[in-house]
Design a protein around this ligand. Structure first.
Ligand code: GAF
Length: 393
């Protein structure tokens, strides 16, 4: 756990509430290794949590008021009551964080959890707007804070589901379950194979000599919401054409045999999802076996499928992937990660190639804005939970 982050959340709590918290919890951001746009098709994903987190420091109140201070937003304070309607705030971009907090609290209440008032300070270091799930980390951390404060018998899977409900119904983003589930349930040192239908998870060990490199393209993810929703609709239309509940239920033979009069675009969208599910299952096996040549080939195929069939990459992202593939060769792989239209590329590569990858990106890549890419070397982190206060308080 980053000590500067802990110091910041404790200072924010002390300044705002004139006390020390009784509990501190964390929830990590994530990077998806493979399995893109498969979660809302009831399919498979293979993300890992990263060692960038949201921390929430908390203490209980003896009334029904919740007060939340956001260290990352100039110590803005939000206050609302649990026994009155909880409504979203509209408008100001720098207040958007409030809706993730209120939405999660409302989802907990609607699910029947007997919440009591609390004072909360929030601080995070998950890069924002990069597609590394800073919002899922915030939602999961808020639910985790109430779980810890009140000793609620709330499973980590239910936390993820309620966080997703907050995002879908309160924030208004129609995301799948991947980001919240990996933040709530991951295991340190492992990626997590998630079956997004059953919500069964299987940790997959990552060799410690393999680095997880995340490269932020600095391309603003402009169309992400509208394009994301369009992709969901196209997938649903394709599933309806094939008469299946979700594209998860289709294999490649049926995809071809049952095409009929399905239009070319919807068919390509379906082909991405069907082949990506197969690649994700294969990738979990390859990683578990330490077969980085196979893993790299699957990551390369995944990128091509996102570029040509699902059409969610952009030229600067394609360029970053090519630069990384040139450095890594068959020793690992690189692909775009996350919802698309900008954001980040993920690479798995031997530790001893990290320096060369950094140099190649610095020498060969600039975003359309002229900015250089940011590079993060991450370690697969544990999922949300309490953080020991010892030595900090
Ligand atoms: C975003 C969504 F939030 C996830 O649910 C997932 O669909 C992803 O895009 C694409 O794989 O991160």
């Amino acid at each position: 756990m980053s000590s500067p982050l802990m110091t910041r959340v404790l200072a924010s709590f002390a300044d705002s509430f004139d006390a020390a918290p009784t509990t501190v919890v964390h929830a990590p951001g994530r990077v998806n290794l493979i399995g893109e746009h498969t979660d809302y098709n009831d399919g498979f994903v293979l993300p890992c949590a990263i060692d960038y987190h949201t921390l929430v420091a908390a203490q209980p109140r003896d009334d029904m008021t919740v007060r939340v201070v956001a260290s990352d937003y100039g110590d803005q304070l939000d206050e609302f009551r649990l026994d009155a309607p909880i409504l979203p705030v509209q408008g100001r971009a720098d207040q958007a964080w409030i809706n993730y907090v209120r939405g999660t609290v409302k989802a907990l209440l609607d699910d029947g959890w007997p919440l009591r008032g609390a004072e909360l300070a929030v601080a995070g270091n998950v890069p924002q707007g990069a597609g590394l799930s800073s919002s899922a980390a915030l939602e999961v951390a808020i639910a985790q804070a109430f779980k810890s404060l009140q000793d609620l018998d709330l499973s980590q899977t239910r936390i993820a589901q309620l966080a997703q409900i907050a995002e879908n119904r309160f924030v208004g983003c129609n995301c799948g379950i991947m980001d919240q589930l990996i933040s709530a349930r991951s295991t340190a040192g492992h990626a997590l194979l998630i079956d997004c239908r059953s919500l069964d998870v299987s940790p997959v060990h990552l060799d410690t000599d393999i680095a997880v490199l995340i490269v932020h393209s600095r391309v603003k993810r402009g169309l992400v919401d509208s394009e994301y929703n369009t992709r969901r609709e196209q997938c649903e239309a394709a599933a309806a054409h094939y008469g299946v509940a979700a594209l998860r239920d289709l294999d490649e033979a049926r995809l071809v045999a049952g095409r009929g009069d399905l239009d070319e675009l919807a068919w390509r969208r379906a082909r991405h999802v069907v082949t990506e599910n197969r690649r994700t299952l294969d990738a979990a096996q390859a990683l578990a076996a330490g077969d980085m040549v196979r893993m790299g080939a699957l990551m390369a195929e995944s990128h091509v499928s996102m570029r040509d069939d699902f059409e969610i990459t952009v030229p600067p992202i394609d360029q970053l992937v090519e630069i990384l593939q040139g450095v890594i060769g068959p020793a690992g792989g690189a692909r775009m990660t996350g919802g698309g239209f900008g954001g980040c590329v993920v690479a798995l590569l031997p530790e001893n190639l990290v320096g060369a990858a950094r140099e190649a990106i610095a020498a060969q890549y600039r975003a359309p804005s002229g900015e250089a890419a940011s590079v993060y070397v991450c370690h697969p982190s544990a999922g949300a939970g309490p953080v020991a206060l010892h030595g900090h308080a």
